[in-house]
Design a protein around this ligand. Structure first.
Ligand code: ZN
Length: 149
């Protein structure tokens, strides 16, 4: 779908969810569209012609239902680039396995750090956060900061 802004249609709030990483769109009849709601930059004829060309070239994209909560929040220990949700596959038990991977490795830019299982990494990070916030010093510090606000 080519952005309808180009033909002056104001489109409001078409995402299903505001969560980061969720790019699913609402059904077309649920999306608020205002024809002429903003200045157009191309004519309808050209817009629909482009849209048809684009639609004929689009390959269906596999959407992962897994939300990689740490994407962009963790960095590679070897090169410092960000680790992002990267690969998913089915194991021999037919369960989906999700991984985070260094983007420098994924883009073949010289890093060889290995992919990390998403479930294990997310669990480890959640446990570390829990540990951090469950000691008395941290609780006292948080309580003080909240009290100041
Ligand atoms: Zn790396």
């Amino acid at each position: 779908m080519i952005n309808e802004k180009y033909r002056g249609v104001y489109v409001w709030d078409k995402r299903k969810s505001k969560k980061a990483g969720n790019h699913a769109y609402k059904n077309d009849d649920e999306i608020i569209k205002i024809e002429g709601g903003m200045p157009r930059i191309i004519e309808d004829d050209l817009f629909f012609k482009c849209q048809n060309i684009k639609a004929s070239k689009i390959k269906p994209r596999r959407h992962s239902s897994h939300e990689y909560i740490l994407t962009g929040k963790i960095n590679c220990g070897k090169c410092g680039h960000s680790y992002c949700g990267s690969s998913a596959y089915r194991n021999k038990n037919n369960n989906m396995i999700y991984n985070y991977c260094c983007m420098n490795r994924k883009n073949k830019k010289g890093c060889n750090n290995k992919a990390i299982n998403a479930d294990k990494l997310e669990y480890a990070v959640i446990e570390a956060i829990r540990d951090t916030f469950q000691n008395d010093d941290a609780i006292k510090l948080i309580a003080e900061k909240i009290a100041i606000i």
